[in-house]
Design a protein around this ligand. Structure first.
Ligand code: GTP
Length: 353
């Protein structure tokens, strides 16, 4: 694919970030833990490894835990300082903040230039730079017991939300400021597979391709993974029992919900739908006796899954094309929020044949 995402704004941001790279104390390159290689920042690819450059895998909660460990090991073996984080987890961020402080103190021991350090967060769109900046700022201010208004970077599931470089204070003694920057991508991504992964994980806006194709791409990955085996307990031949179980669970949950006023009224219906979707995926794969390595047979399985998922998502039957789009959107939403399991989509280079 070419240039569809590369706006003049992204070009300007790329230049501004490149100009600042030599000026900041620490460069924290955020990557998506689900795609540790495909989310590499191109402008840093040929940058010599140094103690000023840290590769951070964010969204660890969405990735396969053991594969993330392998990726971190792989990066360390290539002399990168690497770190894994889930920016929504306070404890994770606390540890990450003290890790940054240690790195900064290490740098300041050799370079006595000033008592203030600047850490620049860089990365492709939607990897969580603003979420990390906000969390570090919040935790840093609390532990320093500093007064004053908290600043807030806009966090959004849509890529390209951050438009300017902004600074957030995250620590005192020494003072550390973190720079949140706009997400950047190269103008061309020749590898179609990399491009598909970037769209699937949300770095590139999915309106640039057919949403149904993207969901099919996800299903192909899912069908080759072992994830469905975790949902065996959801399957039962006695569908009435399952229906009753689910309905009872929904009713019980609804009663509990009455007591929990802060919870969204749709949460429990959502839980039942997620459960139905998992069961449907388990049953469609289990009932499939074809070969998932054969393209046509895989396409046949995916087509069956689309029909079965329409029911699981409770999508009405009016227009088939519209129904497919709705199913695709709902399925991708579940994948992106981690409710269909944990995936690391990039293979370690040693596993690529
Ligand atoms: N599950 C999970 N979601 C995360 C994590 N960090 C960020 N997100 C979500 O990812 C989406 C993108 O986060 P942002 O902080 O806006 O990403 P960004 O890199 O600043 O995005 P751009 O402005 O496009 O450069 C939001 O929906 C966040 O809530 C994480 O560690 N785990």
């Amino acid at each position: 694919m070419e240039e569809l995402w590369y706006s003049p704004h992204m070009a300007a941001a790329s230049r501004a970030i490149s100009e600042r790279i030599p000026l900041v104390d620490l460069i924290v390159e955020l990557r998506d833990a689900r795609i540790p290689l495909s989310s590499e920042l191109e402008i840093l690819r040929n940058y010599p490894t140094s103690s000023r450059h840290i590769v951070v895998l964010n969204k660890m909660d969405l990735a396969d835990r053991s594969k993330s460990q392998e990726w971190m090991k792989y990066l360390r073996e290539r002399n990168f300082i690497s770190y894994g984080v889930n920016s929504h987890n306070k404890e994770n961020i606390k540890k990450f903040l003290s890790f940054i402080q240690t790195q900064v103190r290490g740098l300041k021991r050799t370079d006595h230039s000033s008592d203030t350090a600047t850490v620049m967060l860089v990365g492709i769109p939607n990897v969580g730079k603003s979420a990390v900046a906000n969390s570090l700022h919040k935790i840093g201010r609390i532990s320093a017991a500093e007064k004053g208004k908290l600043k807030h970077a806009i966090v959004s599931p849509e890529p390209g939300e951050t438009r300017d470089i902004r600074s957030f204070k995250i620590a005192s003694h020494p003072n550390i400021y973190v720079l949140d920057t706009p997400g950047i991508l190269p103008p061309r991504i020749p590898d179609v597979d990399v491009c598909s992964k970037l769209i699937l994980t949300g770095a590139i806006n999915d309106c640039l391709i057919e949403i149904k194709e993207l969901a099919q791409y996800f299903l192909a990955i899912f069908n080759c993974s072992e994830q469905y085996k975790n949902w065996e307990n959801l399957s039962t031949k006695d569908n009435d029992k399952l229906f009753l179980d689910c309905t009872t669970e929904c009713l019980t949950s609804s009663k509990m919900h009455m007591k929990q006023r802060r919870q969204s009224p749709t949460d429990h219906t959502q839980d039942c739908i997620v459960r139905d979707v998992r069961r449907t995926l388990f049953e469609t794969i289990s009932a499939f006796d074809g070969n998932t390595r054969d393209e046509e047979e895989m396409a046949e399985l995916i087509s069956r899954q689309f029909s079965a998922l329409q029911e699981a998502f409770q999508v009405s039957n009016e227009c088939q094309e519209e129904a497919n789009v709705k199913v695709a959107k709902k399925l991708l939403n579940l994948f992106r929020t981690g409710r269909l399991g944990h995936y690391t989509l990039d293979l370690l280079p040693s596993n690529i044949h």
